[in-house]
Design a protein. Sequence first.
Length: 254
Amino acid sequence: MSGYRLHRLVVLLAALAVPFLAALALVPFRTDLSTANAALVLVVAVVAVSAVGTRAVGVLAALSAAVWFGVLLTRPYGHFAITDAQDIRTATLLLIVGLIVSQLAVRVRRLEGAVVTGSSYLSRLAATGRLAEDGGSPEAVVEHVRRDLIGLLDLRGCRFACGSLVGRLPRLEHDGDLWLGLEPGGTEAVHWPDRWPDGETELRAVGGGHYYGRFLLDPFPGRRLPSRQARLVAVALAGQAGAALDTSGPAHHG
């Protein structure tokens, strides 16, 4: 079982188990604890699960919390049959609030992830820029970008080819789209191509309006393309390599 599937299974089980365990922990105090306070504790459990899961996980946790609240913390105990009108309202509010806060928790986590990812992308661009500003040779900048592209785009490998364009490879364009040489109007590619013999995709390095070479990307065939953000950062890195090469001598046109 892959790590992703295992994580997904664990989170789904947690969505069911954590609210149950929280409700079970409150059982010894249920005669002294108001149902409103018990519901607040279960909301915290829902938020805790939602912080590491998807929206579906948050919904499942909220439903689990409402069910166990009715079974374990309201009369008649041990049955999902709430008889007190106030407890019914509390259970309903628990479900509604649980659903809302679970979705908010997922959204906050995704925003935090986007901020971290954006900071990582900026760090890559800044590191390449510093290398060029500190007097690194164009070859060193190209090699730095080549290694960075492997991690950024999750590639099997990557190499840089100078000189003229040879062959007609799929191309990662300046706008982040993957050009496959198809007729205009075709659907945008969402996976790396897997029908070219060499399996490579080119990313051109252009500086000062001149073509200097191309990074030949070796992706895992058929794997889904990285995010557009990642592809745009890759294009920017290739542009930094082209700019470094532009300072070193005459252009080599393709």
